[in-house]
Design a protein around this ligand. Sequence first.
Ligand SMILES: *Cc1c(COP(=O)(O)O)cnc(C)c1O
Length: 331
Amino acid sequence: MTVTDCPTLADVYAARARIGGRAIRSPLIRSQALGRLTGAEVFLKLETLQPTGSFKVRGAANKILSLSREEKSRGVIAFSTGNHGRAVASVARAENLPAVVCLSERVPGYRLEAMRELGAEVVAFGQSQDEAFRRALEIQGERGLAMVAPFDDPLVIAGQGTMALEIAESLPGLASLIVPLSGGGLFSGVALAAKAINPRIEMVGVSMAVAPAMARSLEAGRPVEIPERDSLADALLGGIGLENRFTFRLTQKYLDRIVLVSEEEIAAAMAHAFARERLVVEGSGAVGIAAILAGKARPKGPAALILSGGNVDPGLLHSLVGQAMKKDPVA
Ligand SMILES: *Cc1c(COP(=O)(O)O)cnc(C)c1O
């Protein structure tokens, strides 16, 4: 990684100017319930309300809008556990370019359908994100498409970082940022912007305990592969890539603390979001709430939690809320 490749705060500002028409400035709301629980001011950044239901549209739009006219005419390809593919498909359609999305056969069917509805050609292949990635590389070579990587690309990272500008402008005294962490595109972008604005902001990453690829890689001091498992946080599944160029080092540099949450804690957080905050949040988007409810993140206020996505199967959410209400009717 040369220094010039690595995204900077200036790239994040450039991204903000570029993506304005495709991503919204999402609301930042105060959570009374989490405030009472922690004794700190806690704010929720509602990326659940972005077009296509997750923050991924920020990075996808920044990358696609930066392509040359010639690259655009050939089209784009992505590999994804779901939300990234959906964002790429949506931006490509809005820009009138063809899109192919490769994903593993483990990705739930409702996520595939969402991408087909957006006009993308969907290719389901293999049992992991890494296998889907290898297939995407083959198709990319055959057709000369531009790859829109889900996290390890400076333009994608800078796009995700735009939300940190919004949070810092709304909360000048921000002390902690609590961010879902998988491949680390979201974390890297948000952290590099937040730390450039104020190096004292504490950056907390939250992953699911069953398959935390970034946590294991940080322990090993290099990117490692771990077996994929089923998780309520399905958008956090997948490795960080053995050839990782940016997000591993950026996460290593900026992470102050990492928290791992269990499946039960994620379920409780999704139910809390629905019953107490009146918000529909998918498992991956709820890991920050899970960390707070479980007492694993004790943020100094004001703290902001990124609720990264809301694309949850309604039947699953219904049953999780039902189970939580049985245990604790006032939840
Ligand atoms: C992709 C995704 C994440 C994780 O983002 P990374 O950049 O891979 O760390 C978190 N939450 C949701 C909803 C996502 O779609």
